[in-house]
Ligand binder design. Structure first.
Ligand SMILES: NC(=O)c1ccc[n+]([C@@H]2O[C@H](COP(=O)([O-])OP(=O)(O)OC[C@H]3O[C@@H](n4cnc5c(N)ncnc54)[C@H](OP(=O)(O)O)[C@@H]3O)[C@@H](O)[C@H]2O)c1
Length: 300
């Protein structure tokens, strides 16, 4: 529903007046409505005929685009998978993007694509988020480049190969905990003072269903994600009443290379499409001020 069918102002204007003419001339046979930011909404014909409904929808969805435009959004793990799709989706809203990951070529490609499709600014920051000193200097650089940040999306993460804990080596245990949990805490710790200064700010932690449900052979991954959920819950309580809104996203399997990177092969073809998950994140961020989805469970 939220995918624009047109993005240029001229195309949108033309399509809007086409639909409107059909309605006024009593020749309405399409129950589709195109909003001012190019999104098609399918309505029942009866609802569509009410001009106030159309006006309401139009204003609502225009507000959606307006609110995100130029907002400065920091995404960790933006070179691949879900983080990459979130960056591309938010780029279409005219946001400014500070993107963190380690793989230079892939991250630069995402930055270039974001600029091409609508980001008003997009920059790559190479960083292994497990290295806290480097992370601190990168966040400092982001603030000096962009001036501030409105939204932090803690997304970067790694999978733990499905094994019982006694079959895992110490190095892979540390990698999972340091990337999925410690780095989320450090990134938030470093950025929260800046977020607190903004009139509108948000932290979205891309957690996992494994942050809610215990599943076999995922002990360390689950420990990291339960940790993120606990952290998110306390952040929510600490920041209640402030300008910083906090949400956790608890999705089940998503069709990315997360698993393949450690040699696991679950049936990812049947998992959620990461671009659809990115639509959910854009939707969460674009809702009116008094609606905030703080706990989002997504299943395929
Ligand atoms: N896919 C799923 O089924 C699923 C389900 C539930 C939750 N999640 C969670 O969703 C998040 C994204 O996962 P995904 O499926 O999109 O995985 P992905 O496709 O493998 O992408 C992971 C991203 O994290 C970055 N990253 C990993 N380690 C990093 C480090 N040390 N420093 C900086 N960046 C790092 C990677 O970039 P570089 O390699 O370039 O650094 C990449 O951009 C993770 O937190 C994951 O746990 C995924």
């Amino acid at each position: 529903m939220l995918q624009p069918v047109a993005t240029s102002r001229t195309q949108i204007n033309a399509m809007q007046s086409m639909y409107f003419m059909r309605c006024r001339c009593g020749r309405l046979y399409l129950n589709r409505f195109i909003t001012a930011n190019g999104v098609v909404v399918n309505l029942s014909k009866i609802v569509y005929r009410h001009v106030f409904v159309r006006k309401y929808l139009n204003n609502m969805l225009v507000y959606q685009g307006m609110k995100l435009k130029n907002k400065i959004i920091l995404i960790t793990g933006a070179s691949d998978g879900i983080g990459k799709q979130i960056a591309l989706r938010l780029a279409k809203e005219g946001t400014q993007l500070a993107l963190i990951a380690r793989d230079e070529a892939r991250l630069n490609e995402v930055v270039a694509k974001c600029k091409e499709i609508g980001a008003t600014n997009a920059r790559a920051y190479l960083c292994d988020i497990r290295q806290t000193a480097k992370l601190a200097s990168v966040i400092k650089k982001i603030i000096s480049d962009f001036g501030h940040v409105n939204v932090l999306i803690n997304n970067a993460g790694v999978w733990q190969k499905l094994k019982s804990v006694d079959e895992l080596d110490a190095e892979s245990i540390d990698e999972v905990i340091e990337t999925n949990l410690s780095a989320v805490i450090h990134t938030t710790n470093l950025l929260l003072p800046i977020l607190r200064q903004q009139k509108e700010a948000a932290i979205i932690n891309i957690c996992s269903k494994s942050g809610v449900v215990a599943q076999e052979k995922q002990s360390v991954y689950t420990a990291s994600k339960y940790g993120v959920r606990g952290f998110t819950e306390v952040l929510k309580a600490d920041l209640k009443g402030s300008s910083v809104r906090v949400a956790g996203v608890y999705q089940s399997g998503t069709n990315t290379q997360l698993f393949a990177k450690v040699g696991d092969k679950p049936p990812i073809e049947k998992f959620t499409n990461p671009a659809d998950l990115a639509d959910v994140i854009a939707y969460m961020l674009s809702l009116p001020e008094k609606i905030w989805l703080h706990d989002v469970r997504v299943e395929y």
